[in-house]
Design a protein around this ligand. Structure first.
Ligand code: T68
Length: 837
């Protein structure tokens, strides 16, 4: 009959006692109080905000688990093709508000906590960010999980459960960045479920012996074994039962300590070995865009890919299909090259453990993986020293050599005698030591390769992977422009704007939040004065909310009548916070030159920065120091402080972004053309009605196409020109005085000590005076001119609001729902799975 037999016990007893979702206020209150009493072992009279938050979170988690169970059961029954998003970073931020909004239970929970004597907004503030990522790459992974669940796609994320996320940033009185650990798990994490039954052993070191029995097989033995233990984080879809999984691995020593050392009587070594096992998932590496070749980092990468693949293969084997059908049931997206070791690892499993012939194994592998590239900056391309790989993963090195040998044979066949091409394309870069080029391995091991915005995908094809396009054909290379989830980046961070949109569209948010192109229907309202008034009032209240946040956290008073100008992102020379701060100084000097009367005509501006620098990136830290010290002078200058204020907000995070983004009038995305692969905060600002000031780079270009050139402010050299300018800066250098007298003046006041000891900034100033790799001097005048256009545009308030409305309402393309559907349809061949009620 197709009806499944009840597995054990009395079906009626089971069914009568199975819990349903708690969705009404009494049920929610019952569940919260139950968690206070039992899970927390506390009571009404000793409950603080933190406890109340935890109880509320646990009760929400109960609902998520029930949906999760139904979702996973349906996946098991339907056996759909699944996709796995492998990312070393998931920058999730806070979970409670997001879960309440996606479950559509926010109102009920607020009412319930009210009755229990707690304010929901205060409880939300108790949660620590889950900050398991550096920046854009990690946040993109989080947005994609939200969209996968919301689009009802069977997608799981796999990552690492770092004990310490991205460091907490402190700023010393001198303006120096200091790093403190981020012990985010200290107060227990109500959002994760330890899966003690899901564990895998992962081997390191040891030796690899080829069998030489006519097969390509080898035996890898000895070395160190570490246990990977699963923790599951539920990912709720928006207004759907679909609840996906983010599985994070924690490393643990096997059997608590190394038994071999223990037996040998070396107790200290045994303890040391167990230390080193748990060190693997201890901390997130805080470097974006540089590689260090650290053994522990490679250990993290292999540990995570090996555990994840073992888990996927176990799940695949449960459906009882031959291994050759693996790619029909599994697609794996590699988020940058960090998970590239999954390619030789899958080969090892297929060849050594499953006894699959090499060619078949390679076919399975190259039909399973998909690779996303996030940068073309040479210093960010991962390479691993051959001796390190030999030591840590000897069998994988053999496999990489074999892959390389067959690959180069094929290249030689297509381009006979082209030795230079072979050297360029080899997976092994010659040198001392030799290094493995991970981007090349990811490319040849994948079915498709994509960049993250149109321009970037073109650059991938014409620069770092040019030879591979010539060899494999352009069909393998394409583009998926990044997206952002409108749930967190509009509905959650800007509830008033979300409500205005629902009201004006006359549709519930349930509908338009999942079909963001609907915002276009609001375009005519840009001409409606009443609508513009509401729109502007919301922006103003968001500015006041930010000012309130800064007052309560930093004790600073912000002029909310000024234009809010925001640049928030990792601190990097290519992102050119330097251009911004030098522009601020230029503005300050200009104000100082003016008479008091003239100043009164100036459009007041508040400039915000927030940015973490990699701990070892000292030029970046110097730029932070300059910003902080310029802020100190500007904000204390009675002549100018009404017209120009500057703030560096420490410890940038997802939660801080949620307050900053809705408050911005203009935001800056001013990377040297051709360096920012996409950018995603540009999309977030625009979706919240902030205008964009930027270079013709990354996704700025596509944003410009959507909103129309009259609604954005572009400046600077274009990508095709940059190479020539750089060449000239080296071989035909011109002094800054000649390129931009305005900038020369700025550099000289810095150097002369207007912002404290000028000498300390010399190394930074010299990067501009000599070489100027990022074209600061070349773009400066064009930048100042763009800032002036922004000022002029802002003077016409009504026109500015129109631009703001037009900007937000043309952001449909940048929903991560669109992006994830492109991956599902054009890459993974995945279908949505409906979860029955
Ligand atoms: C960013 N990359 C891109 N990398 O810079 C940005 N790197 O343009 C793009 O929008 C975003 O990815 C999403 O595609 C990163 O954020 C890293 O964080 C990183 C971390 C470790 C190693 C290398």
């Amino acid at each position: 009959s197709g009806k499944e037999k009840w597995p054990r016990g009395d079906e009626k007893t089971w069914k009568e006692n199975m819990r349903a979702l708690e969705t009404d206020v009494p049920g929610i209150s019952r569940n919260i109080v139950n968690h206070v009493q039992t899970s927390l072992a506390r009571q009404a009279y000793n409950l603080d905000d933190l406890g109340a938050y935890q109880a509320a979170a646990l009760s929400v988690r109960d609902n998520l688990i029930l949906n999760w169970n139904d979702t996973q059961l349906q996946y098991t029954r339907k056996e759909p093709k699944r996709a796995y998003y492998l990312s070393l970073e998931f920058l999730m931020g806070r979970a409670l508000d997001n879960a309440l909004l996606n479950l559509d239970l926010k109102k009920q929970y607020s009412e319930s906590t009210d009755k229990l004597g707690f304010n929901m907004e205060d409880l939300l503030e108790q949660e620590r960010d889950a900050a398991l990522g550096n920046g854009g790459l990690g946040r993109l992974a989080a947005c994609y999980l939200d969209s996968s669940a919301s689009m009802e796609l069977p997608v799981w994320g796999y990552g690492l459960r770092y004990k310490y996320g991205i460091f907490q940033q402190l700023i010393s009185p001198e303006g120096q960045q200091l790093e403190a650990p981020d012990p985010w798990l200290e107060n227990q994490n109500p959002w994760e479920l330890p899966r003690l039954d899901v564990q895998y052993d992962v081997r390191f070191y040891g030796s690899a012996d080829r069998l030489n029995d006519g097969t390509p097989r080898a035996v890898w033995s000895g070395g160190q074994e570490v246990v990977a233990q699963a923790y599951d984080v539920m990912i709720p879809g928006c207004f759907t039962k679909s609840t996906n999984n983010l599985r994070l691995w924690e490393s643990k020593p096997k059997r608590g300590f190394d038994l071999n050392s223990f037996n040998a009587g070396d107790y200290e070594r045994a303890v040391e070995s167990s230390n080193s096992a748990s060190a693997i998932t201890s901390v997130l590496y805080p470097n974006d865009h540089t590689t260090f070749g650290k053994e522990l980092r490679l250990k993290q990468q292999y540990f995570w890919t090996a555990a994840s693949l073992a888990d996927m293969i176990r799940r695949f084997k449960n459906i009882g299909k031959p291994i050759t059908q693996f790619p029909e049931y599994v697609a794996i997206q590699l988020n940058d090259t960090h998970p590239t070791m999954a390619i030789p690892e899958l080969m090892r499993i297929l060849v050594d453990e499953e006894d699959v012939p090499w060619d078949t194994a390679w076919q399975i592998t190259t039909n399973t993986f998909f690779y996303t590239n996030h940068t073309v900056l040479p210093e960010a391309l991962e390479k691993w020293p051959v001796p390190l790989m030999q030591h840590l993963l000897p069998r994988h090195l053999q496999i990489i050599y074999d892959i390389n040998m067959y690959f180069l044979q094929a290249v030689e066949k297509k381009f006979p005698g082209d030795r230079e091409r072979l050297a360029r394309m080899s997976l092994i870069e010659e040198g001392f030591p030799q290094q493995i080029r991970m981007a090349f391995l990811a490319c040849i091991g994948s079915r498709k390769v994509n960049g993250v915005a149109e321009l970037h995908s073109e650059l991938v094809k014409t620069t770092i992977l040019k030879d591979f396009v010539e060899f494999e054909g352009a069909g393998k290379f394409s583009n998926v422009t990044n997206g952002i989830t409108p749930r967190r980046w509009l509905d959650q961070c800007n509830p008033e704007l979300s409500a205005l949109i629902s009201k004006s569209l006359n549709v519930p948010k349930q509908v338009w939040l999942k079909d963001l192109f609907m915002l276009k229907k609001l375009l005519p309202l840009a001409e409606d004065a009443a609508f513009r008034k509401e729109w502007a009032e919301i922006k103003q209240r968001n500015k006041e909310r930010l000012a309130h946040h800064v007052r309560t956290t930093l004790g600073l008073e912000i002029n909310t009548n000024a234009m809010f100008d925001v640049q928030i992102k990792r601190l990097h020379e290519y992102k050119r916070q330097s251009l911004n701060i030098l522009g601020v100084i230029h503005r300050y000097l200009t104000l100082k030159d003016m008479s008091a009367e003239e100043r009164k005509k100036v459009n007041p501006r508040v400039v915000f920065f927030a940015a973490k620098a990699a701990p070892g990136y000292w030029i970046a830290k110097l730029i932070i120091r300059l910003i902080v010290n310029v802020a100190r002078i500007l904000n204390a200058d009675p002549e100018t402080k009404d017209y120009l204020q500057l703030y560096f907000l420490p410890d940038y995070s997802v939660s801080l972004a949620e307050v900053l983004i809705p408050a911005s009038d203009i935001s800056q995305h001013i990377s040297t053309a051709g360096t920012e692969a996409s950018g995603t905060s540009n999309m977030k600002f625009c979706l919240n009605g902030g205008l964009l000031l930027g270079t013709v780079d990354g996704a700025n270009i596509e944003i410009g196409e959507e909103v129309g050139e009259s609604n954005v402010f572009f400046f600077g050299y274009l990508t095709p020109e940059v190479e020539q300018v750089r060449y000239n800066n080296i071989y035909h250098p011109r002094p800054v005085e000649e390129k931009s007298p305005a900038l020369a003046r700025v550099l000289s006041v810095v150097s002369q000590g207007m912002f404290g000891d000028g000498g300390i900034y010399e190394p930074f100033l010299n990067t501009i005076r000599q070489g100027d790799y990022y074209l600061i001097a070349d773009d400066f005048d064009s930048y100042i001119n763009a800032l002036k256009m922004v000022d002029d545009a802002y003077l016409d308030k009504e026109e500015w609001i129109k631009k703001s409305i037009r900007t937000a309402c043309t952001m449909g393309k940048f929903s991560s729902d669109r992006a994830i559907m492109e991956y599902a349809e054009s890459y993974w061949n995945l279908e949505p799975v409906k979860i029955p009620a």
